[in-house]
Unconditional design. Structure first.
Length: 122
């Protein structure tokens, strides 16, 4: 474990995965105008739940991925962890305007650790 970084997770659909791939798995893409907040989550289980139950069912390609990455603690210290449901549903709320700096504080590559397709529900 690296005490200087925190492991975070991000559920994404196919389009966002392609943009992450285009960055060399080094950055998340800018938010769309209707997406003022970037939501990385603290729990792999929570990210899997969103990728499986939301992305794979509602995204155009009917696939959801779970990304894992590390962010420098010094940067994260200026944000509070938000709990949005049960104790597993913890996330950071990063304003879209802060995403470039967030990306600069990612330590190492962004990894794909899980994939869910809509056929998983049949």
């Amino acid at each position: 474990m690296n005490n200087d970084t925190t492991v975070l997770f991000r559920p994404v659909g196919q389009a966002e995965l392609e943009l992450i791939r285009n960055s060399g798995f080094a950055a998340f893409p800018p938010r769309l105008p209707e997406q003022p907040i970037f939501y990385p989550v603290l729990s792999e289980e929570y990210a899997r739940q969103i990728a499986r139950d939301w992305n794979a069912r509602h995204e155009a390609a009917h696939v959801g991925y779970v990304m894992r990455f590390r962010v420098r603690n010094e940067y994260l210290a200026s944000y509070e962890v938000q709990t949005v449901g049960g104790s597993m549903h913890r996330e950071y709320w990063i304003p879209a305007d802060d995403l470039a700096e967030f990306n600069r504080n990612i330590a190492g590559p962004i990894e794909v650790i899980a994939e869910y397709r809509s056929s998983d529900f049949n």
